[in-house]
Ligand binder design. Structure first.
Ligand code: URA
Length: 472
């Protein structure tokens, strides 16, 4: 029997080094016992007895296995190390083993990895810092109870996201602390060690109440996305019962004033409304490209599901990233004014972005917009394509080069394609115009006024074309 003692419950490097040695000597998974030193029990009576390392020998495994193993190892299941070693042996013995979705071992490991990803997502979404003063000034402290050993693996996200703050995240297993330059670790803590409320909370609660959308309220989905166990750490959770109670009345008011209620779309075969809601929920967990790591959340499209007109922007900006809705910041305000001048009703259009996560570069406390690259646009076309398939608009307007690439699947020069319809394979017409942010950035006032008028004219033409297509 071989024995492996890992230093911590998330010791992937230790597991990998030991697994490599064992696998190179062809050691059967049934002959290995895995343990974490932290766990206390002196199962082995001290030390490991691994076979010798064969550093000279080549050893390679598919990237997909490493990605899966890095996540699954963070699960609390005590069997995870052994399961992963058994899967490693299988992957080395049989090409294509990672694609064999019917394999119960692969499926079991996949379930572990999925639970870990979900827990990491929850931590990113539900950690709420409270301000407190320590000897060195202001510090933000949060309490969180993860289900799995995800805290160290998630630390990079919080370091990047809150780079200029001093913060601590306390959990029952470990605590992590950031001083603006280095991350340190300490022992686990108790809930009472974190502060319980502060002035920042009132601002946050006001903001949450303002963005709460009654029409999107699905209590079941909300409970699964935001399980009650997290509520006690969330300042906004205190508002939820009242907001739910008032939601029906607010939703009725919204439906009464909405020109194209979702109900009409729900009559379509296959129930487009439910399909759209499921798609959006799935997109909230998207990890198709690295942008999800630093963004606050996925910003999905919004508007009537049977909208005849779809607008595509580039990606959410700083304010959209916080609010979770497209085009609500400065570019959105310019867009709204231009639509009003062109006589196009935004509430009848579906508004979305080519890329659904905010890409930025941090400069001090500011997050500066960065354009998405071709790979990020391509990764996100999967969502855009599905939104368009569900909505089946007559006209799609791409605003800016990234939006045009997302819509057409290739790069175009705006000046060449602007002002004329492009026939799409799905029967819709595509139009391309500039992005509102481009207009905001033009330094010369005269030019800006001219270009804004041109943008309004593009929108007016689209509105007219839509009326013509509708026969009215
Ligand atoms: N710019 C975009 O392209 N989309 C938004 O949602 C906001 C700004």
């Amino acid at each position: 029997m071989y024995r492996v003692a890992l230093t911590t419950p998330d010791d992937f490097d230790g597991w990998r080094a030991a697994a490599r040695r064992l696998a190179m000597h062809g050691i059967d998974p049934a002959d290995v016992v895995w343990q974490v030193e932290d766990d206390g029990g002196d199962l082995f009576g001290g030390g490991e007895n691994l076979p010798p390392d064969r550093k000279d020998a080549a050893f390679s495994v598919p990237r997909a296995f490493v990605d899966l193993a890095e996540k699954a190892i963070l699960h609390r299941d005590p069997e995870r190390f052994a399961l992963l070693y058994a899967l490693l042996c299988r992957v080395r013995a049989r090409a294509g083993a990672m694609e064999d979705k019917a394999d119960p071992l692969l499926r079991r490991v996949d379930v572990l990895a999925k639970a870990v990803r979900r827990d990491m997502h929850k931590m990113r979404a539900f950690v709420r810092f409270r301000e407190m003063a320590d000897g060195d000034g202001e510090r933000f402290v949060a309490w969180f109870e993860p289900e799995h050993h995800i805290v160290r693996a998630n630390a990079g996200f919080f370091m990047r996201r809150f780079a200029s703050m001093r913060w601590s995240i306390l959990t029952p297993d470990i605590s992590i602390h950031w001083d603006g330059e280095a991350l340190t670790q300490g022992p686990g803590a108790q809930r009472g060690d974190a502060p319980d409320g502060d002035p920042v909370e009132d601002v946050w609660k006001g903001y949450y109440a303002a963005i709460f959308n009654p029409a999107r309220l699905k209590t079941g989905a909300m409970m699964s996305e935001m399980p009650k166990k997290y509520w006690r750490n969330l300042p906004e959770a205190a508002l939820i019962p009242d907001l739910i109670a008032g939601a029906q009345a607010r939703e009725a008011a919204m439906i009464a004033t909405a020109p194209l209620p979702v109900k009409a779309a729900a009559k379509r075969p296959g129930n487009a409304a439910a399909a759209w809601a499921a798609l959006r929920d799935e997109a909230m967990r998207c990890t198709r490209c690295p942008l999800h790591r630093d963004a606050t959340q996925t910003v999905f499209g919004e508007g009537p599901i049977d909208a005849p007109l779809v607008f595509i922007g580039e990606q959410p900006g700083d304010q959209e990233d916080m609010a979770g809705r497209p085009f609500v910041g400065p570019a959105g305000q310019l867009f709204d004014r231009a639509l009003a001048q062109a006589g196009v009703d935004r509430s009848r259009a579906y508004v979305t972005n080519a890329v659904k996560h905010f890409k930025f570069e941090r400069r001090g406390k500011r997050r500066l917009h960065q354009s998405p690259d071709a790979g990020e646009i391509e990764a996100c076309r999967w969502w855009l394509g599905q939104e368009i398939d569900l909505i089946r608009p007559r006209i799609i307007v791409a605003m800016g080069a990234s939006a045009a690439r997302g819509m057409l699947g290739k790069a175009v020069t705006i000046g060449r394609v602007r002002g004329a319809p492009i026939a799409l394979a799905n029967g819709a017409e595509a139009w391309v115009t500039v992005h509102p942010s481009y207009l905001l950035r033009l330094p010369d006032e005269e030019r800006r006024i001219e270009e804004q008028a041109r943008f309004v004219e593009d929108l007016r033409v689209v509105g007219e074309r839509l009326r013509a297509l509708a026969g009215g």
